[in-house]
Design a protein around this ligand. Structure first.
Ligand SMILES: [Zn+2]
Ligand SMILES: [Zn+2]
Length: 269
């Protein structure tokens, strides 16, 4: 693979600055288009998948240890060179994807001590390397399944928490920046802790009419929300990255982001 045409990456072992995030994300998409898997990792049986949605089981829980991660070594090596400027021993892709969707912090610490880099950096490298498979799976499922069967606050495909919400005349939808799935969610209140107390779940004055922060004083988490009826931006990973000013505002007020962003970073600072 020729990586010469990639935009430059930072030359240290530290978290990339915010200004680099969109470049990194677009590099990942380019790599995905060139070398990513054609097909997702899930079973074909639509009835079984819809039954899982009804029962509240995320689809990735059906990921099989025999799933084929075609091209993983090349993708991992490319990101290792781009981010760390070195070859790094590749983790087992099945374990990587399983840990990524389970959100266990210990895994990144284990990888960090194995690789000798910061845990936050392992999350970026791990997220980018796993993402082509998550995206391929989610794209394949998008047109096949009715996600309104789900109605839960975590992603129906990968089980991550949402990074953003949208509202319009049909109600609320949530978006997962890890696998890029969007799903309808009609319940009111905080999506993270379920708090329904309107005095504790408030809309922040940061942002504009069509884009704001829902801040929860019960669990100290926030959710960026776009109003599509007011021409707010559509839910996408690009929108998540382009609205970093809202993340900064929320985190400066000591609210926490629950979901990793599209390149594997949670805390902006
Ligand atoms: Zn997801
Ligand atoms: Zn809450």
């Amino acid at each position: 693979m020729n990586i010469d045409h990639f935009d430059p990456f930072p030359s240290s072992f530290s978290i990339p600055p915010v200004s680099q995030l969109e470049n990194i994300y677009h590099n990942m998409l380019r790599l995905f288009t060139e070398d990513g898997p054609d097909a997702g990792l899930l079973i074909e049986n639509q009835e079984e998948m819809e039954q899982m949605l009804r029962e509240g089981r995320p689809l990735f829980s059906r990921l099989s240890e025999t799933a084929e991660f075609i091209g993983f070594d090349v993708i991992f090596e490319t990101f290792s060179q781009l981010l760390l400027h070195q070859s790094t021993p590749a983790p087992d892709p099945f374990t990587l994807v399983s840990e990524l969707v389970s959100g266990r912090e210990d895994y990144w610490e284990d990888l960090a001590s194995w690789w000798g880099v910061e845990p936050a950096m392992t999350a970026v490298l791990g997220t980018l390397s796993a993402k082509p498979y998550l995206l391929a799976t989610a794209r394949e499922l998008k047109d096949k399944l009715d996600f309104s069967l789900w109605q839960r606050p975590r992603c129906p495909v990968c089980n991550a928490f949402p990074s953003m919400a949208s509202v319009d005349e049909n109600g609320r939808a949530l978006f997962c920046s890890l696998c890029e799935t969007e799903w309808p969610y009609s319940h009111p209140g905080c999506v993270f802790c379920g708090c329904l107390d309107a005095a504790r779940v408030v809309r922040s004055e940061h942002g504009a009419d069509a884009l704001w922060l829902d801040l929860c004083d019960s669990c100290d988490r926030y959710l960026k929300t776009t109003d599509l009826a007011q021409s707010g931006p559509l839910l996408s990973s690009t929108t998540d990255l382009e609205t970093l000013d809202l993340d900064v505002a929320a985190q400066e007020m000591n609210y926490q982001r629950e979901a990793l962003n599209p390149v594997g970073i949670r805390d902006i600072g």
